[in-house]
Structure formats: structure tokens, C-alpha cells
Design a protein around this ligand. Structure first.
Ligand code: B12
Length: 488
């Protein structure tokens, strides 16, 4: 069989990405899991056009919730051309019935056991509707098919060493999606770390671990990092802030070439951290904990979320100053999003705060899909946009780059420059996150059928383009999110 795997993507910025930075692992992982008797091709919609005229026997889609509407559109196009279409990924795992309205079969959960079964059935012409992928031990996972990646990605070597996370943050689907905390055998991970068939020196040098929380099992990560020391790589990952208290781990991180750690800091407001169930974060210690990593020359990337119940427009915008002050090297700024499978979703559903009138597009991390407690959806949107603008303003981005020079190790300083340059350039060019409220009316006109989640009783959104009640942001005149008077 010929199998076409498509990793669905919808640009989250008005003019897309100036440069594609790091690829998803999912497509090349699924390709590696595909038994050798099948011919496999991977398309990343982020870099390439969807090959509607493909001669594949089976089309497999992978997508997040924010891209679900686009995925269903693509599925429709292929099915109209007589192709069989299957789908998997986090959205499908939580909304299989919805996905089955658009595709021939779904895989829920993890692919390792289910994907080969599905392919065998498809080859025999007896595809079932639902394949449940159980979470199983992670031994025997092959090296991702890096050879199938398009050339355009800046840092192509992405790896997953562990799956799951012991924490239970209110907004995160990981505990439901990847239960427990499982690790791959160290030697198999080192085999993938040593894969070097990339054209550019930095591509051979940099390893990006797309783990949920690589350092959760200390004994495991220390063994892994000890094995990485002789490979002389530069590596980055996601971890929780408590690593800064483990000196042995920090020594090994430094020795094995760690250049960046992504921390889920989420908020500077202790009440919002409580909303997030983020018990491991303590605002009073942020600066000194970040300094611990800086002393090792490691860049600190950090995620921040706007829209918790105890957030106000003022606290959200103030994060721009706070994150700079705390010494963050690269911020990632999201709007709180209630995904099914999370305690947050259950709360919002119970309280009737899911905005039924908004499509899945609003769950792309930059738009508002729920009714905030103490402000309107538009006010949250406006505050987040102001936070984004202030944080990536050229002066703020350059200040972060400059602060890293001489202080961070060379790889870390280069990554900080590349990532701040990436976002700073967007802010400078006015290439801002897509405002789905502007596209929403077009979308409804394009596709009048149901686009929102089935089932729950939800509060209906007011007209998404109705100006919000006015809010005052620090240092700015009163605003509405549709026509902010403080826009430059
Ligand atoms: C790495 C990662 C990223 C990376 C890379 C993104 C990417 N496109 O891959 C970065 C940091 C860029 C990122 C960004 C975002 N992410 Co992210 N990310 C992850 C993370 C931690 C790991 C994903 C991964 O690579 N796993 C390893 C690969 C091999 O497997 P996998 O993708 O998990 O897929 C497995 C199964 O789902 C299944 N499968 C998946 N697709 C398919 C398709 C078929 C046909 C089959 C058979 C099986 C199958 O098989 C795989 C192996 O078992 C997950 C958490 C998680 N545990 O899933 C969140 C996660 C996927 N991200 C999430 C979100 C929300 C986002 C953002 C929207 C966040 C934001 N606020 O901006 C952005 C979107 C950006 C974008 N451009 O896509 C959510 C998605 C929730 C949802 N319902 O959609 C997750 C689940 C985390 C969470 N908070 O709950 N993310």
C-alpha cells in the first residue's frame, strides 16, 4: 500500500512563519512505525501543499484541536477523490465520534500498537472504524524518519525519550493522553541522538527533546545525560522548575550540552497558579531559580498563559514586564484553552462557559474559546495581544538577546538570538497572531455545518465581533479589543 501521512497545520500568524523552526515529530515517527511492506510519504502542511492528487491508497491525518476544521476539510477533499482517510492525534483521541463523521477510521490514544493493525486491515480491505491505541512500554521504537522531513526546518532533529508527566496542571491533556510516566531505553534514545545525516552543522549539533517533562524520572535522565556527554551535542527540552534544586542533575545538564530549558511558568499571579494546579511554581523564587540555570549558561524559555480566573487584563499585560524582569530568555505566550480531557474543560463545561458559537479554530492557543470569569472574551484577547506586542517589541527582543551574550553558553546565546529574532521580526513586521474573530464570519459562510464540539451544554458566544466592555491596561488608554485605540 502507498500511505500518505499528513501533519495538518493552519498558520497561526497573519503571514505565516518567516522561517520554519522545529518540525513536529508525529509524522516522521508514524512513518518509522509503518511496516516496510508499505510505501510511506509524509507531508507537513506547515511547509508543503497538501498533495490532493496523490496516488496513495490510504491518507492518514494527524492534527491538534486548533486545526480540526482544516483537517476535516482536507479529509473531505480526499474522500471526494475516492481515497480512504484515517486520523489520529490529541483531538481525535478526545472527539472520535466527531472525527468519524469526516474520516473512515480513527486511532485514539497512542499509535505504536494500533497503527500497524490499522495498516494490515486497510491492506486487506477491512478497515474497522475505531482503533484504540493502548499506552504500552516504549521499548523498540525506531528512529524517526528524518530522511522524510522537508529541508525547510531549521532544527530537524526532534526526539521523544519519555512520555507523560507526573503533574496534573488544570489545562493540560497529557495525563489523560499519555497516562503514567514511561521512558524509552537509554541506548535507543542515544542511537537517535547520534543520528547525523543532516546537511548543516547546527542540524547535526542540536537535539530538541519534544518530551512532556524529560527530567521527571531523575535516575533515568541522569543515565541518559551521562550517555550524551561524549556525543557533544547541544540539547533543549521541557522540564519543571524543581530541577534547579538538583545540583547533580544541573552538573550533568551542563556537561552534556544543555542549551535551553522550557519551563511552564504560566503566571506571576499566585492565585492564577492555584487555578492552574501548578503547585511546583513559587513566584517569589522565579528569579533565583532562573539565575541557577543562567549560571550554567543555559537559556530559559518559558510558557505563560493568559485567562485564568484570577487574571485581569492588568495582570496579563504586566507579565510583559515581569518576564523580562525575571530574566526569561524566550517567552511563549498563550491564551488559556479548555481542551477536552482536562480538569479545566470539565470546570468550564460545568459552569457553562464554553463558547459554543466559536469553532475549533479558536483553540489554536492565540484565541479565546471560553468565557473568562472577570472579563469578556474580547478583553482577554486584547490583553493577550498587548502582552504579545510588548514582549516581542524589537527593543524587548533585542534586550533579551543582548543579556544572553557573554552570559549564556554559545549555543544557548545563539538559540536565544534565533528565537527572539524569530518572534521579534514578526512583531516588527506586524506579522501578528491570527485573530479568528475576523475569519469567523467567513468560516461560517464557507461551512454552515456544525463546527463546534458536540454534546456539552454550553454558553453561547455573543457576536464575536461585538466590541467588548472597556478595560484599562497599565500605561494605556481605555481599549476594546476590536478597535484598540492604543494600537500603534
Ligand atoms: C512537542 C509538542 C509541541 C511542539 C511541537 C508541535 C507539533 N506540531 O508537533 C510545540 C512546542 C511547537 C507545540 C506547540 C503547541 N502545542 Co503542543 N505538544 C507537544 C507535546 C508535548 C508532544 C507531542 C509529540 O511530539 N509527541 C510525540 C509524537 C511521536 O507523538 P504524538 O504527537 O503525541 O502522537 C501520538 C498519538 O497522538 C498518535 N497520533 C498522533 N497523530 C496521529 C495520526 C494517526 C493517523 C495515528 C494513527 C496516530 C496518531 O500517535 C503518536 C504516537 O503514539 C504534546 C503533549 C503530548 N503528550 O502529546 C503537546 C500538545 C500536542 N500540544 C498542545 C497544544 C495545545 C499546543 C499549542 C496550541 C500550544 C499553544 N498554546 O500555542 C501549540 C500549537 C503549535 C503548532 N504550530 O502546532 C496540546 C494539544 C491539545 C489538543 N487537544 O489539541 C498537547 C496535547 C499538550 C496539552 N497542553 O495538552 N507543541
Amino acid at each position: 500500500m502507498k500511505v500518505e501521512i499528513i501533519v495538518v497545520y493552519v498558520a497561526r500568524y497573519e503571514r505565516g512563519h518567516e522561517k520554519n523552526f522545529v518540525p513536529p515529530l508525529t509524522g516522521i515517527h508514524l512513518a518509522a512505525l509503518t511496516p516496510g511492506e508499505h510505501e510511506v510519504h509524509v507531508t507537513h502542511q506547515q511547509t508543503d501543499a497538501v498533495p490532493y492528487e496523490s496516488d496513495a491508497d490510504l491518507v492518514a491525518l494527524s492534527f491538534f484541536s486548533g486545526f480540526a476544521r482544516e483537517a476535516y476539510r482536507i479529509a473531505g477533499e480526499f474522500r471526494r477523490r475516492g481515497k480512504r482517510v484515517v486520523a489520529g492525534g490529541p483531538h481525535v483521541s478526545f472527539w472520535p465520534e466527531e472525527a468519524l463523521e469526516h474520516v473512515d477510521a480513527v486511532v485514539t490514544g497512542e499509535a505504536e500498537s494500533a497503527w500497524p493493525r490499522l495498516l494490515e486491515d486497510a491492506a486487506r480491505g477491512r478497515l474497522e472504524r475505531v482503533y484504540r491505541g493502548e499506552a504500552q512500554p516504549l521499548a523498540g521504537i525506531p528512529t524517526p524518519r528524518y530522511d522524510l522531513l522537508p529541508r525547510g526546518f531549521f532544527v530537524p532533529r526532534v526526539i521523544q525519550a519519555t512520555r507523560g508527566c507526573p503533574y496534573t496542571c488544570s489545562f493540560c491533556t497529557v495525563p489523560a493522553l499519555n497516562p503514567g510516566f514511561r521512558v524509552r531505553p537509554v541506548e535507543e534514545v542515544l542511537r537517535d541522538v547520534a543520528y547525523d545525516d543532516f546537511p548543516w552543522w547546527w542540524q547535526r549539533k542540536i537535539v530538541w527533546f519534544w518530551d512532556d517533562n524529560l527530567t521527571a524520572n531523575r535516575r533515568y535522565v541522569k543515565t541518559l545525560l551521562t550517555g550524551m556527554v561524549p556525543l557533544k551535542k547541544w540539547w533543549l527540552t521541557q522540564a519543571s522548575i524543581d530541577i534547579t534544586q538538583d545540583v547533580e542533575l544541573l552538573d550533568l545538564m551542563e556537561a552534556s550540552g544543555c542549551i535551553g530549558i522550557f519551563l511552564g511558568i504560566e503566571s506571576f499571579n499566585p492565585e492564577s497558579l492555584a487555578d492552574a494546579h501548578k503547585r511546583q511554581n513559587r513566584v517569589a523564587y522565579y528569579r533565583e531559580r532562573i539565575e541557577v540555570l543562567h549560571r550554567r549558561g543555559i537559556a530559559v524559555m518559558a510558557g505563560f498563559i493568559a485567562g485564568f480566573d484570577h487574571d485581569t487584563p492588568e495582570t496579563i499585560v504586566a507579565m510583559a514586564h515581569n518576564l523580562q524582569d525575571a530574566g526569561i530568555d524566550v517567552p511563549f505566550l498563550s491564551v488559556l484553552t479548555p481542551f477536552k480531557g482536562t480538569p479545566l474543560y470539565d470546570q468550564m463545561e460545568r459552569e457553562g462557559r464554553l463558547l459554543a458559537g466559536r469553532s475549533w479554530d479558536f483553540t489554536n492557543g492565540y484565541n479565546v474559546a471560553f468565557e473568562p470569569r472577570d472579563m469578556s472574551p474580547d478583553a482577554l484577547y486584547a490583553a493577550h495581544r498587548e502582552l504579545w506586542r510588548r514582549s516581542f517589541a524589537p527593543a524587548a527582543s533585542l534586550a533579551r538577546i543582548a543579556r544572553g551574550v557573554g552570559r549564556l553558553r554559545i549555543g544557548a546565546a545563539l538559540m536565544s538570538a534565533a528565537m527572539n529574532g524569530f518572534y521579534g521580526l514578526k512583531a516588527w513586521r506586524g506579522n501578528e497572531p491570527v485573530d479568528m474573530r475576523q475569519r469567523f464570519h467567513r468560516a461560517v459562510a464557507d461551512q454552515p455545518s456544525r463546527m463546534t464540539s458536540p454534546g456539552p451544554t454550553v454558553h453561547s458566544a455573543s457576536d464575536p465581533l461585538t466590541p467588548s466592555r472597556q478595560v484599562r491596561l497599565p500605561g494605556a488608554s481605555p481599549v476594546t479589543s476590536t478597535q484598540p485605540s492604543w494600537m500603534p
